[in-house]
Design a protein around this ligand. Sequence first.
Ligand SMILES: N[C@@H](CCC(=O)N[C@@H](CS)C(=O)NCC(=O)O)C(=O)O
Length: 440
Amino acid sequence: MASGTLYTYPENFRAYKALIAARFSGARIKVAEDFVFGETNKSEGFLKKFPLGKVPAFETCDGNCITESNAIAYYVANEQLRGKTDLERALVIQWLDFADSEILPASCAWVFPLLGIMPYHKQTVEHAKEDINKALTVLNSHLLTRTYLVGERLTLADICVAMTLLHLYQYVLEPELRKPYQNVNRWFQTVIYQPESIAVIGAFKLADKTLEYDPKKFAETQGKVSKKEKKEKESKKEPKEPKEPKESKKESKTSAEKAPAAATEEETDATDEALAAEPKKKNPFASMPKSSFDLDDFKRFYSNEDESKSIPYFWQKFDPENYSIWFSEYKYKNELTKVFMSCNLISGMYQRLDTMRKGAFASACIFGEDNDNTISGIWIWRGQDLVFTLSPDWQVDYESYSWTKLDPSKEETKDLVKQYLSWIGTDKEGRKFNQGKVFK
Ligand SMILES: N[C@@H](CCC(=O)N[C@@H](CS)C(=O)NCC(=O)O)C(=O)O
């Protein structure tokens, strides 16, 4: 069974190919912690192993190095994903090349200017749209009579082509634009809503509206804003931003995201066991007193059941002695622009707090619309104090939020927990719930 370390920045659609393939095959991939795009991949040690300095990059557990996202995905895949016959394997390669030659350049040319990563040239963008139309038309007729691109089951072809289409479906293919490609739309959703895909990319949301070009964004990414302004902004937001766009992440809860049912006979605390089993760095939660509240059990229950059941379940099991409930609000709401960017802020924070998952749960919500939105959330964690200071790994984002400890015995707290776990209502100023993300 393949195993090794994947170097990437968070939410890289190229890295998703390997991460999803590994979910299907059972290959063990560790994503390198502490990877900083633009720093780690330019370091001497990294360049010795991966001379192009590009990511994703993969180091097998016995020290072999692989670059190119398709090759990494191939390495961690299994026979089913690679194709079972010579013909299937050839067709899988055909679709991988199709994605990289017929879709990717045009997708970048169309989407990147909208994300401020590239300058906008009308002619180039129009040309890219034509190319995408051609590629999608080919895919659409191929999928008219097929569920998957190759054979009767999902292969690497589906994973890699779908990941290459990810930005298009996320940022530009609004309902009217995707209408002519119903077979592709159906297939795309089949691929991205596989539990293995959801586990990697989260609950993906198709574009409601094509992203609009905003010249300010490009100016910003090119450093045309004053250095000071930029520095301030970065320190408040996401300091180690990759050059490429980020998608919303896996913590969004959907009906498709079903965890295995809880099988606890006694009130054993699975959190304690998991923490005890954790290797290397000591998790700050590990030294806290044991609790009767089994957070993992609640997370499973919340994932599997409707809120009408999971919220009463929460209050029935919650242990106020050893856990606390907090309300968070993003302090710099005037700086929030596109909803998808607010979403990225939350995903990025969740990702950076990965080692906190064992002792914490959160549901953060975005209220409002593009250019008028806020982020707030309910957090539940072990202990009674603000948790972020307990580990240097947890300190990147928390100061951008205000944190209010809630009294679990109060009705207001019950109302807030209900609102944020059910994803309903408005923020304090009446902005309507837009979307939520769960940290679990
Ligand atoms: N064909 C490569 C492309 C890899 C690539 O271009 N990676 C970009 C980020 S997604 C990168 O690392 N760029 C860093 C650089 O060019 O210095 C693949 O599919 O893995």
